[in-house]
Every structure is written in structure tokens, then in C-alpha cells.
Design a protein around this ligand. Sequence first.
Ligand code: ZN
Length: 182
Amino acid sequence: MHDQRLCPPEIAKVLTDEDWMRYAMQLARRAEQAGEVPVGAVLVKDNRIIGQGWNLSIARHDPSAHAEMQAIRQAGPVLQNYRLLDCTLYVTLEPCPMCAGALVHSRIKRLVYGATDFKAGACGSVFDLVRHPQLNHQLEVTAGVLASACASQLSDFFKRRRAEQKAQKALLKGLPRPAAER
Ligand SMILES: [Zn+2]
């Protein structure tokens, strides 16, 4: 039984990796609007959305509430299976070790990501957990789809946030200090 909310009855044309990545970027915007780091993820099977999500760690007070985890959690009940066979996950940023582990556990077939995470990426840059020969499942990986657009979405967010923090600091500096500090 498919969840109709997540599975529109038909998508007329077969969408490309770029199309799905553009959709994941729209989901990332939802995170950004909520003040979260803009990462979006969509899980697709047979050209249908079976799970989607964006970062919600701050709002949920949950370090595991990454975009990929939201998408994976939605998909299990939709497929009525804890294994998400023959699915492709599209995500705007290379998954971290936690999400990479969940991708292996869920037996997702293919991972497509946008920007590379040179600090904590676990799908080919810092680590490569999703293709580790000692694990019992390996994913097919396509890296760098709309990479520069995905990277700009993130770097613009951090730039804006730094500017906001700077402005706030300057504002506080301009306020009279409490008498005890003078
Ligand atoms: Zn993650």
C-alpha cells in the first residue's frame, strides 16, 4: 500500500538525476527557512517519491535528524519493509558516517549526491562506508550532480549566518555595558 501523499499516482516522464537533485535542493530550502543547515534528500523507487526530508536537528533537538534519516524513516512504512531495495537516494550533500551507515543497513541500491563534504563525508571523500568491501552491502555512487549549485546553497547559508552573527555582536558592543564591567 502506497502512501498517496508521498506517491503521486503517476509521474508522466522519467525524471533525470538532475531533476531529482533540483527537487532535493527545494527540500533543502525548507531547512534553510527554518534556520537549519540546508540539506535536502529524496528517496525514489520506480520514479516515485517514497521518502523525503530536510535537516531538522535543531528544531527536533535530535542529532540524528539529518535529511537522509528523515527520508529513510518515511520510506519503510510506505514500502512496508525495513529494507529499501531498488531505491535511489538523492541528497544535496555527501552523507556523514551516521547516514552512510543507515544507507548500508537499508540496502538502498544507489546514492546520488551533490556537494562533497571534505570535512566529514563518508561516501568517498573522508571515508567510503557505502562501498566498504567488509560491509555486507555496497551502494552504487554517483557524486557531483549539480555539485556547484548544491555547494553554493550551503556556503551562501554559512556566509549569511556569519554576517548575522557579526551584526549581532556589533549591536551588543554598541549597548552600554553593565556597571560592574566599567
Ligand atoms: Zn548525516
